[in-house]
Ligand binder design. Structure first.
Ligand SMILES: CC(C)(COP(=O)(O)OP(=O)(O)OC[C@H]1O[C@@H](n2cnc3c(N)ncnc32)[C@H](O)[C@@H]1OP(=O)(O)O)[C@@H](O)C(=O)NCCC(=O)NCCS
Length: 172
């Protein structure tokens, strides 16, 4: 299994390469830099396999409008194409979920392919609203994993920090 650790500034070049290769049709590099510039405000994890950084994920702690709890937003997630299908993406997700739980977050939310995220226990999320109304064709893509189900479900809009506010990060 890969070693999972916090990223450092020395990883930036390797991370840029991974995002360029994993997302050939989408430029996530500006978002990557902005998230890395947030420093301790986000949890940025690298997976190291065969001595090199092979994958990366960011978790951004957010709040939920009208209530106290913290939700961690998962994304982006990328694994170098030559290292995919070896469990690296899964290892990054599981490590982040475990850190979110230890940190006292009530849930981890993600906008992504349910075919992938369901493997890790994510389910459709209807009570916490994403910052923008998503198009109908993305039905089921807004998901969450909730740790200790409260008697009353946590409800409200997800309040994201500035880095996650641009509309184009959420809509096609
Ligand atoms: C999605 C991604 C992070 C998965 O990383 P990974 O290290 O290959 O993931 P894992 O090894 O843990 O899991 C691989 C399994 O997930 C499956 N999988 C990958 N993407 C999937 C998807 N969108 N829907 C369903 N299954 C998917 C693979 O087919 C593989 O299945 P198998 O184990 O039955 O062969 C990686 O493919 C990637 O970087 N893709 C391009 C960028 C991207 O789409 N990021 C996610 C943005 S939300």
């Amino acid at each position: 299994m890969p070693e999972i650790r916090r990223t450092t500034d020395a990883d930036r070049g390797a991370l840029v390469e991974i995002y360029r290769r994993a997302f050939p049709d989408e430029d996530l590099v500006p978002l990557l830099h902005q998230l890395l510039d947030e420093g301790g405000g986000v949890v940025s994890l690298a997976a190291v396999a065969d001595g090199a950084v092979a994958g990366h994920v960011v978790f951004t702690p957010c709040t939920i409008e009208g209530s106290e709890p913290v939700a961690w937003l998962l994304g982006p997630l990328a694994v170098a194409p030559l290292q995919q299908r070896r469990g690296i993406g899964g290892a990054l997700i599981r490590e982040g979920i475990s850190r979110a739980r230890q940190d006292g977050a009530v849930t981890v939310v993600v906008l992504g392919d349910p075919g992938y995220y369901a493997r890790f226990g994510f389910e459709r999320e209807d009570a916490i609203a994403p910052p923008y109304e998503l198009p109908p064709e993305w039905d089921g893509a807004w998901q969450s994993i909730t740790f200790d189900r409260p008697a009353e479900p946590v409800r409200g809009g997800l309040v994201v920090p500035e880095v996650w506010q641009p509309r184009e990060l959420w809509l096609p």
